[in-house]
Ligand binder design. Structure first.
Ligand SMILES: C[S@@+](CC[C@H](N)C(=O)[O-])C[C@H]1O[C@@H](n2cnc3c(N)ncnc32)[C@H](O)[C@@H]1O
Length: 168
């Protein structure tokens, strides 16, 4: 009986990963060497708010929070990854993580929104950004551009992934 319960629990955890992979993107973390590039584009003031939707293991939130002293909020749907975020929070108590579907989270307080999403999910995300982000807010997209929007900057480096910065 206990084995069955454990198996069902494991299945439920795996399902959250599978569902998240279909919703925005599977868990493929940003390269650690790119954290500085993301932070350079974010260029935040300490009183600003950073949101990362689909935050994976929380590495980007962690780097940006430490670099600028900002409020950093990570949203992650896959429960095992959310647990990894909570482990990270033990070392940086200032981080805030929520285990939620990003499409149900209000992003209107974001000064900077960061994500690494597949192109097929970006259209849906764009609609949410248009509805919720305030004028002047910045959007950083790792690897994939937002179709139809003109970036303020593209951080391009030879042999590296592109990172796009937009302003609302
Ligand atoms: C490509 S990974 C990016 C991870 C992290 N942002 C980074 O740059 O290292 C996408 C993440 O989004 C999460 N995800 C997918 N759909 C989601 C949703 N609807 N709400 C919240 N998180 C989601 C996945 O579980 C995965 O961790």
């Amino acid at each position: 009986m206990t084995t069955l319960i454990l198996q069902l629990l494991l299945l439920a955890l795996l399902l959250t990963i599978a569902f998240a992979a279909k919703s925005l993107a599977p868990w493929v973390p940003a390269w650690s060497k790119d954290l500085k590039r993301i932070a350079r584009l974010a260029d935040m003031k300490p009183d600003e708010v950073f949101y990362e939707v689909g935050c994976g293991d929380g590495r980007v939130c962690d780097h940006v929070q430490k670099k600028f002293g900002v409020k950093a909020i990570g949203i992650e749907l896959a429960f095992p990854l959310y647990l990894a975020c909570l482990v990270r929070k033990i070392r940086n108590r200032k981080l805030i993580f929520k285990c939620r579907d990003l499409f149900g989270v209000d992003l209107s307080k974001a000064d900077v929104l960061y994500f690494f999403a597949l192109p097929k999910s970006i259209e849906r995300l764009k609609e949410k950004i248009k509805k919720e982000l305030k004028p002047g807010a910045r959007v950083i997209s790792y690897t994939f551009p937002l179709p139809g929007w003109t970036p303020v900057t593209i951080d391009k480096q030879e042999g590296e992934t592109d990172i796009y910065l937009y302003q609302i």
